[in-house]
Design a protein around this ligand. Structure first.
Ligand code: G6P
Length: 594
């Protein structure tokens, strides 16, 4: 989704901006631009498409000496992905970049048009820069004009503004969208996430909602809440893999070792939570979006079965406006890879407002969601670059499973023997995520038979139903083929009407959970001539194709082994279709608008 970079200093500003934007590229965007103010001249370059287009457009431009600069990658919300709609947006003497949505932009636009301002773009953002210049006419200094502008805005925003009226500073404002200020000596950087700042700055300040003002070389020392910048520069190498997604699929068995480190002990589960964490908790609500929602759905089955605690799972965008009933004895869990998803963050704020105990399951330390939640557990998957989430999902499911057993253990709902059995299954599940290259080769070959048809149904039961949803989501995200996940037993209540030889059905058939039931459901589809691809450790005579996984002793091991298969199946189909697997069309890695 949209990304922001800003810089105050003496270095070549174009390079700093382009390098920073490249670090944000994996999050998804459709146009980009930069503005540099140096020697009292304002230069702006914008293009559609990838950053390489922007690089080419400004290849002959250099800016020596001190200056201020802002850059942006845009994921279109208001107005198509055109060059004119790309940020920065400029007025006569100022330029702005913005993440988020200004909800009252039409009202402001009408007012400004009546005062003679002309708009070039269809964006909500352009109103901010013209309003700023309009306000400059009536107030004594740029800071007052900026604050007056911000006061007028409704919605979510992270904003950087530069103006010839104050060429030594960058004005900033944050509400609902993340924005950070990084400091290195007397250089100042801005970014919408920490990734571009790693390795560049020594200290960082995570701005809070409602923060606004300006930074120049003199006043940044007065910033509050400055903390050391942690983190290592992520590898931008694919290490021989064709795509980051492929690398991340292969990494899973390794990163899961980090997920469980210090949490699975010889005699039970230990988590970084206070010992009374689960006291007075009798029910759980899980709230998330996308893949994280699917991880949450699998947790419902695990929590209810193993910890015997009632669990409700809800999509964050549905939760927010549903006047949800929140009870005092409820634990509110949010799950998010990025820690920045707007709907999940807002749902969390709502739960906090209602004084619920809140817990974030997240992959990014210091993200907005981690900072907002009362408690947090990190999934430790490392930065995920492929837009289609893989290792984030497996680490979420593993951590939620651990949490389920932790709750069971602390509520005395589980015997010592059962804990030991669960721990053994966890270790074996981790091994089950090591990619078997023979299975990968089989999927590579098989993929050519699944490039057409009128749709896919992934079916599963119990915890394999969320996995079916996740398998279908992976496939549609990167292959653009229509795919749905469905509970096996529900197909006959409607979707079976679609069954014919051009309907592909991927059936998740675990030997250790409801095998006969899902087999019957698969047979019902086979009888109606659907093309069946079974994933199982058992051979199947109802299948057109079988992807045999290794032999496992528990259903969760089968879950993780099948997860690898559905991820690779989606990958290989998308590669055959010639799609950009890591940056699929229309998608963003981190969705910071509701
Ligand atoms: C976007 C991503 C998905 C992700 C979802 C939720 O749509 O493309 O891969 O599952 O956001 O993101 P989160 O960071 O909150 O897990």
């Amino acid at each position: 989704m949209c990304g922001i970079i800003g810089y105050i200093g003496n270095r070549e500003k174009k390079e700093i901006l382009l390098d920073g934007l490249k670090e944000l590229e994996y999050r998804g965007y459709d146009s980009a631009g930069i503005s540099i103010l140096s020697n009292n001249e304002l230069f702006t370059f914008k293009t559609t498409g990838k950053l390489i287009n922007l690089e080419t457009k400004c290849k002959d431009f250099t800016s020596n000496g001190f200056g201020i600069a802002i850059g942006h990658t845009r994921w279109a919300t208001h107005g198509k992905a055109t060059e004119i709609n790309a940020h920065p947006h400029s007025s006569e003497e100022s330029s702005i970049v913005h993440n988020g949505i200004i909800e009252n932009y039409l009202e402001i636009k009408n007012e400004l048009e009546n005062k003679g301002w002309t708009f070039l773009s269809q964006t909500d953002t352009e109103v901010i820069v013209h309003l700023f210049e309009e306000n400059l006419k009536s107030v004594e200094n740029p800071l007052s004009a900026f604050k007056k502008t911000i006061d007028r805005l409704n919605g979510s925003y992270a904003i950087l503004l530069i103006t010839k009226k104050a060429p030594d500073r960058i004005f900033y404002a944050k509400n609902g969208s993340p924005l950070l200020i990084g400091i290195n000596g007397d250089e100042v950087f801005f970014a919408s996430s920490s990734t571009p700042l790693i390795g560049l700055v020594k200290e960082v300040c995570y701005l809070e909602d409602g923060d606004n003002g300006y930074i120049n070389k003199d006043n940044f020392k007065t910033l509050k809440n400055v903390q050391p910048m942690n983190g290592e520069k992520i590898s931008s190498q694919k290490d021989g893999y064709r795509y980051f997604m492929e690398k991340e699929i292969y990494e899973q068995h390794r990163i899961l070792q980090d997920t469980i480190r210090g949490r699975i002990l010889n005699d039970g589960i230990s988590l970084e939570l206070p010992s009374n964490f689960i006291d007075n908790i009798n029910r759980i609500t899980i709230c998330a979006c996308g893949t994280s929602y699917h991880a949450g759905l699998s947790a419902k089955y695990l929590f209810e079965r193993e910890a015997k605690i009632k669990t409700n799972v809800i999509i964050a965008s549905e939760f927010r406006y549903s006047n949800p009933i929140m009870e005092k004895d409820e634990l509110f869990i949010v799950i998010s890879q990025s820690g920045e998803t707007a709907d999940t963050l807002e749902a969390l704020k709502l739960a906090n407002k209602n004084n619920l105990k809140t817990l974030a399951i997240c992959n990014v330390e210091n993200s907005s969601i981690v900072r907002e939640a009362k408690y947090s557990l990190l999934t430790r998957a490392g930065i995920e670059k492929g837009v289609a989430s893989t290792k984030a999902f497996s680490s979420q499911v593993m951590l939620l499973w651990i949490l389920g057993i932790y709750i069971a253990q602390n509520k005395n709902n589980i015997s010592k023997d059962s804990i030991q059995k669960q721990i053994k299954n966890m270790y074996n599940s981790l091994k089950a995520t090591k990619v078997n290259t023979k299975i990968h080769d089989r999927l590579k070959k098989l993929s050519k038979r699944y490039l057409h048809g009128h749709g896919f149904f992934f079916i599963g039961r119990d915890v394999f139903y969320p996995l079916a949803l996740e398998g279908a989501l992976k496939l549609k995200e990167i292959s653009y083929l229509h795919a749905e996940g469905y509970p096996g037993g529900e197909m006959k209540h409607g979707p079976i009407a679609l069954a014919d030889s051009e309907l592909f059905c991927v059936s998740l058939m675990p030997k250790h959970l409801l095998y006969e039931k899902i087999k019957n459901n698969t047979e019902e589809l086979s009888t109606r001539d659907a093309t069946i691809c079974v994933i199982s450790q058992e051979c199947s005579d109802v299948a057109d194709d079988v992807v045999l996984i290794d032999k496992y002793e528990s259903y969760m091991e089968e879950f993780f082994a099948m997860m690898i298969v559905v991820q690779i199946l989606a990958l290989e189909i998308a590669i055959r279709l010639g799609n950009d697997v890591d940056m699929p069309r229309n998608l963003a890695k981190s969705v910071t608008v509701e």
